[in-house]
Write a protein that binds this ligand. Sequence first.
Ligand SMILES: Cc1ncc(COP(=O)(O)O)c(C=O)c1O
Length: 394
Amino acid sequence: VTGSAAGTGSIAGSDSAATVDTATCGRLRRLAVPRFPAGLATPCLYVDLDVLDRNIAAMQATMDARGIALRPHVKTHKSVAIARRQLAAGAAGVTVGTLGEAEVMADAGITDLFVAYPVWAAGPKAKRLAALHARAQVIVGIDSAAGARGLAAAVARSATSLRVAVEIDSGQHRTGVTFDAAAGVAVAARDAGLEVIGVFTHGGHGYASGADRSTAASDEVRLLGEAAARLGAAGFTVSLISAGSSPTAVLSAVAPVNEERPGTYVFWDRQMVGLGAGEPDAVALVVLSTVVSAAVPGQVVLDAGAKTLTKDRPAWLDGFGALPAYPSATVSRVYDYHAVVWIPPGTPAPALGEVVAVVPNHVCPVVNQFDELVVGRAGVALERWPVDARGRSD
Ligand SMILES: Cc1ncc(COP(=O)(O)O)c(C=O)c1O
């Protein structure tokens, strides 16, 4: 990284043209070098069980100490085995992003499900929602009167009313209504026959840079509080006030919030360590990859490309992954099956044929590229766990 007086710099050899801050680079240079098993076919995903269990326990302990329910988002791991570990540690249920993820969890007997997404219940999805509602304890997100009416129509023949929570936009400007529009959506949902139990938000604007994390967390708390008050004034009993993102989860875990829904914390990743949300020794999942070419001077090429690491990259982070054993190196370009690693002159490089661990920028879409996770302890592979909800983005 070439630093400047302003505390910013860029990584030479990269086509990702980001401006990164040097504090982020400093944290990423301290990524713990993982131990991993030899002899695996690459690329593959390796999960260190000790680190995974530490991450699960740490987030649970924080929420328990604050008296706040933890409802982890399973989109990160899409794994029944990991969801069970989170529930065994004390999670109050799980969050899902799609009906497909919910169905996979329900099939495995995990039935306390918050679909934190404004599901549009038309056609086959209406039938699937009704079937899910009949066999699980489901909460669904809403952010419009029309969406709520669609949900109500889908479950019209059900024995019980469907519970819904109104999504509030706390600053990400993706989905969700403003706090002062929440009661209007709630009234429309109640009139349609749904049971409105509260409000939720995702402070995704906390991903923007390290400095924005605490602002996003306080936005979540303040705007959820305002929205809950409006619902209360409109006659609703507000039992759910749910915030959630891994960068903000600990910071927004204060009253009136009573539930947090982080997902990425289970593995952490390069983006989260850069933000300061995850510690450099808390990364539980790495991509194992082999150096397949060193033909071009100044770089090596790994067998993990865009179809493994994805092209996900926040604007403030340069490159597409980090190699903890080679802290100066950065994955500077990705093609479908090639990852080009830029090696700064005079710094160590992995040898041709060497297997290296890569910490991906954003772990959630990376997991969705694989059928299974290799899991182990102290560098010894123990089991393979299926990525059960892989591809269930429906
Ligand atoms: C609605 C919702 N809740 C919770 C989360 C979990 O956040 P994170 O991925 O930061 O852990 C997400 C992530 O996209 C989300 O969209």
